[in-house]
Design a protein around this ligand. Sequence first.
Ligand code: AMP
Ligand code: ZN
Length: 453
Amino acid sequence: MPFAMYDTASREVKTIGAGKKHITIYCCGPTVYRDAHVGNLRTFLLSDLIQRTIKLTGVSVALVQNITDVGHMAEDASDKILNQAKRENRDPFELARQYEAKFHKDLNLLNIEPAQLYPRASETIELMQTMISQLIENKNAYIGSDSTVYFSAQSFQSYGAISGNKLDSLQPGHRYEFIDEGGKRFHADWALWKNAGSRTEMIWDSPWGPGFPGWHIECSAMSLHYLDNHIDLHVGGIDLRFPHHENERAQSNSITNTESVSHWVHGEHLLFEGRKMSKSSENVLLLSDIIEKGIDPLALRLVFLENRYRSQMDLTWDSLYSANTTLKRWRKKLQEWGTSQISKSDDEFVSALMNDLDTPRAIQRLRLIEKDPSITNEMKRAIFVFSDQIFALDLIQEEIVREMPLHIEKLLKEREMARAEKNWSRSDVLRDELEKEGLLVRDTGNGQEWDFI
Ligand code: AMP
Ligand code: ZN
């Protein structure tokens, strides 16, 4: 059965890399000026699930994910990394490296398999400059009156094919691009190389004067260079469909003179407790916030799997606690079901994945298998072991059984009593003491629960 996914450009579910034995994937990576929030992680998990599912079909994968450490502009046309570096009074590169390391740590906690390569924008400037020179030579780009190099949107006939935003429907003055550059000839053109102007940090020499690259050219340059001029599957969050991917397609196709990306896959956005995640509304959830509550980071992976990637999803604390409980139950069941490492494929599980990555249906299948009295424990375990190749929930991780030291047990009892007496200040003091002892306590409807840190 072939692996098919919805392609945003053709608006249909298509087989991925039909007949190919090797598939190239490019996933737009993080802008490393802050911690990735759980919404970003949902999108990064999508490329992991795709990669694992392709490998399951016996096809090899090359996955490249860029690190944007320069060129991604904020709404006020300033560079996101430079802004944050100023706020923290730090060197912008040092800041970017710190958040990049944090990004890898988060991926690891979510069992997201690493990409083959994570090229950094700041280290691939030459690639971008070569591409820009070529685009100028081909008359797809020009040097504007402000010495910034722009891509000429009208030079690319099929602009708008991914998002449906054709040039004649884009009104002048409409803020579809954050920066309203002064030196461009047509309102829908965008900057490939920005003139440094008064900017002194994170700038490079170029044939067009000192400056820095635009965000869209980064992805064209890195994807074509590292994946040999053709990308079988391109992944990103739905917000990148326009203008980022539309512009990337125009740039890349103008260089290769062919359709450089075969399949555009977009993950829908994540909301948290019913609202968009944004700093201004103080509604940003990080993986560390989840871990702090004593929830296994893989419970987040499970909640994501319970929702289809193409549907907008609302993450709640309730769903995280409930997934955490399921995770613990499954790990315990797998221990009860034996010790064999044998893995057994399940047709319905596989067919759910092959059908546009229907992970909720695959989870449903596992829940049925768990409860089915006609399936032997050995078989149940083997199917769950098989599923973990894709789901990566560490189901056969042996539970670490730790003895509770007596003095900690005493503190827990004392806290339980303090709570019964509604002595909240004492109960808070005891919680801090327990945390120092390596125990994370949280209060639930059924009293206090705890996990070893
Ligand atoms: P950024 O670091 O802002 O460049 O975003 C990295 C990735 O996360 C991109 O693919 C975005 O489309 C994606 N993304 C941003 N916000 C969300 C969200 N709330 N839910 C899912 N994906 C998101
Ligand atoms: Zn990109």
